[in-house]
Write a new protein. Structure first.
Length: 398
């Protein structure tokens, strides 16, 4: 059976499921550039030998696992008391989750009313222990106060005085929203701006940029890579580099710090990588304003065309298409490309662009966010349902 047939006949691709994501199909890769967890005791050190390379930490024993599953989530928001908010777009639910007691409470309901939402996609912290809920189904940005009461609603376009559609990629500690400024597809490399929205004034400023390399449309199944990026709590923007693997920091005062290039062994793209790319695309692919089920239906219906008419690159780019998260220690977690079937690997960089360590998660796991001292992970299991896991925030070994 061919790799295409294995994909089309697999259980995962017959199920309509969840999932607004942070990147679309066109962001995934580039031709232009190269369930329940075992929480038992471990006798070996979680730090793997790395020789002259930065150390690698294997996160395999979560401190807590929430017993009930979710259909999908890609962000979590830790509340002041230690509970977390989880937005599940496929279940159309916003949950307050207590990992200590293993219980959850639904907040609000489905609809267009003052305390309702449709396809709640993400949750972000705001100043004063308030929360921003990204309501894609209603194209709204909704504010919840510290008591999780719905207190403010804005249409996404109306939130910006310049008429942008600010779907947040990140939010800083001042409540500023950061999003992509999309450009047309001209014949040539394109500069993509990273924009920042001040919700108070509606003003939009440019705070960073990256280059999208040119390639002739429809020649490759994996369109030119849009560089993953993220934002630290203080508003510093970190951009991943695909051509010379590493990160570049854009500080709030305008200072730009280019981290040194990091050696990277390209990963050849075999049938196994193609299958994994399809599965990840099915789970996570999404476009703002399109319903969850419609996204996956569109993705599934594109399989035949993709295999029949488009080309594949020879190797994967260094960085996977996942928002760069910045932890409370001001370290950027960059998901690196690895061979199919490998653990998910995040390289952790400081604010000078130096790679400090690598963190390895069991496969089918994704970083979902940080708390004051925790790492929150989305663990995909049987039937692609998701469990929430919590790990201790790693520090470098002595």
């Amino acid at each position: 059976m061919s790799s295409r047939d294995r994909i089309l006949n697999s259980t995962q691709f017959k199920r309509i499921g969840s999932g607004a994501a942070l990147v679309g199909l066109a962001l995934v890769l580039g031709c232009a550039e190269a369930g329940p967890c075992d929480t038992g005791p471990r006798d070996r050190s979680p730090w793997l030998e790395a020789g002259d390379q930065p150390p690698t930490l294997l996160l395999e024993s979560p401190q807590a696992v929430f017993p009930q599953d979710f259909s999908y989530f890609h962000t979590v928001r830790e509340l002041a008391g230690g509970d977390v908010l989880v937005a599940d777009p496929f279940s159309q639910a916003l949950f307050r989750v207590d990992l200590e007691s293993g219980t959850r409470t639904r907040i609000g309901g489905v609809g267009e009313g003052p305390s309702e939402y449709r396809s709640p996609d993400a949750v972000w912290p705001l100043p004063g222990d308030s929360t921003l809920l990204v309501d894609l189904g209603n194209a709204r940005l909704t504010t919840l106060d510290p008591h999780l009461e719905f207190v403010r609603w804005e249409h996404m376009v109306a939130a910006s005085a310049q008429g942008y559609h600010p779907q947040p990629v990140a939010i800083d500690e001042r409540g500023m929203i950061y999003f992509n400024g999309w450009a047309a597809w001209p014949a040539g490399d394109t500069l993509i701006h990273i924009l920042r929205l001040d919700r108070g004034s509606g003003r939009v400023d440019t705070v960073g940029a990256y280059t999208r390399p040119w390639m002739e449309p429809r020649r490759c199944v994996l369109a030119p890579p849009v560089a993953p990026w993220g934002v630290a709590p203080d508003g510093a923007v970190v951009v991943g580099r695909q051509r010379t693997y590493g990160v570049t920091w854009h500080a709030g005062d305008g200072t730009i710090t280019h981290g040194a290039p990091v050696p990277f062994e390209p990963v050849p793209l075999t049938d196994a990588e193609k299958e994994e790319w399809y599965r990840e695309g099915y789970l996570h692919w999404g476009t703002a304003g399109v319903s969850v089920s419609a996204r996956r239906t569109l993705f599934r219906e594109s399989f035949e065309e993709v295999y029949a008419t488009w080309e594949w690159p020879a190797v994967l780019p260094p960085i996977r298409p996942e928002t760069i998260r910045v932890d409370p220690e001001h370290r950027a977690w960059v998901r690196r490309s690895v061979p199919a079937g490998s653990n998910a690997t995040y390289d952790v960089f400081d604010d000078e662009g130096r790679r400090l360590m690598s963190v390895s998660l069991a496969r089918d796991r994704r970083l979902a966010g940080f708390g004051a001292r925790w790492v929150y992970v989305a663990a995909f299991g049987e039937m692609d349902l998701v469990h929430l896991e919590r790990y201790e925030l790693p520090m470098l070994p002595p």
